[in-house]
Design a protein around this ligand. Structure first.
Ligand code: FPP
Length: 202
C-alpha cells in the first residue's frame, strides 16, 4: 500500500502537512483493522522511503514522532488482534529511540497470526535488491492513493505479477469501503502469470 496524499489533504484544509500525516495514521488503523475481513494476511505499507530523507527536517522529525506514538499506542491492540508488526528497510540510519520502539513491537507482536503488518521504513527496493536481501512475499495487489500512478521504488521485485490499483482518494480519506472496492476490483481481474487462461486457473 502506497499511502499517498497526506500533504495535499492537509494543505487543502489550510492545515500543516503533519496534520495530514496524523490523519494518515488514522487511515492506517482503519485499514489494518479491516484487512483480515477481506482475506488479507500480509499488508505492507510504505511509511517512509529512503528518498523521504530529502524532505525538510521538521517533517521527517514529525513523521518519526508519529511513528513512535503509533507503535507505542497500538502494540497492545495489535497483540490482542493477532497483528504481527515487522519493519522492512534500513535500520542503521534510524534514530536509536525509533529503532528501540520498532524492536520492542516486533518482539511483543511476534506471535500474531491474523495479519502481518510490514512497515517499510527508510526503504528502497533497489537498495534492498542490490544488497542481496531476500525478497518478501509476492504482492498480489498494490494500492496507491491520491491519483499518482508510480511504484516509486516500492517492492519492485515482489510486484512482478501484482495487480496495480490506483485511486484518486487521498490516503487520509481512505477507509474500509475503499479497501472493499480495491479488493472487489482485484477479484475481477484475470491473473495469468504468463500462462494461458485455463493453465493459470488450474
Ligand atoms: C505520502 O504523502 C506519505 C508519506 C511520505 C508518509 C506516509 C505516512 C503515513 C501514512 C503516516 C505515518 C505512518 C506511520 C506508520 C506512523 P505525501 O506527504 O507525499 O503527500 P502529498 O503527495 O500530498 O504531498
Amino acid at each position: 500500500m502506497i499511502m499517498d496524499g497526506n500533504g495535499r489533504w492537509a494543505t487543502s484544509r489550510g492545515l500543516p502537512r503533519l496534520a495530514g500525516h496524523r490523519a494518515g495514521v488514522e487511515a492506517l488503523k482503519r485499514v489494518t483493522e479491516a484487512a483480515p475481513e477481506f482475506g488479507i494476511g500480509v499488508l505492507t505499507v510504505y511509511a517512509f522511503s529512503a528518498d523521504n530523507w530529502r524532505r525538510p527536517a521538521a517533517e521527517i522529525g514529525g513523521l518519526m514522532r508519529l511513528l513512535r506514538a503509533y507503535i507505542q499506542r497500538e502494540t497492545r491492540r495489535c497483540v490482542a488482534n493477532g497483528v504481527r508488526i515487522q519493519a522492512i528497510g534500513r535500520r542503521d540510519r534510524l534514530d536509536p529511540a525509533v529503532l528501540r520502539d520498532i524492536e520492542n513491537t516486533e518482539c511483543a507482536t511476534a506471535g500474531g497470526g491474523q495479519l502481518l503488518l510490514r512497515i517499510a521504513l527508510d526503504y528502497s527496493s533497489r537498495e534492498a535488491m542490490s544488497r542481496g536481501e531476500p525478497p518478501g512475499p509476492d504482492v498480489d495487489l498494490l494500492i496507491r492513493t491520491s491519483g499518482e500512478q508510480r511504484l516509486s521504488d516500492f517492492l519492485l521485485w515482489e510486484c512482478a505479477y501484482a495487480e496495480l490499483y490506483f485511486t484518486a482518494r487521498l490516503w487520509p480519506d481512505f477507509g474500509r469501503d475503499d479497501l472493499a472496492a480495491a479488493v472487489s476490483e482485484f477479484r475481477r481481474r484475470e491473473r495469468r502469470f504468463g500462462a494461458l487462461p485455463e493453465a493459470a486457473a488450474s
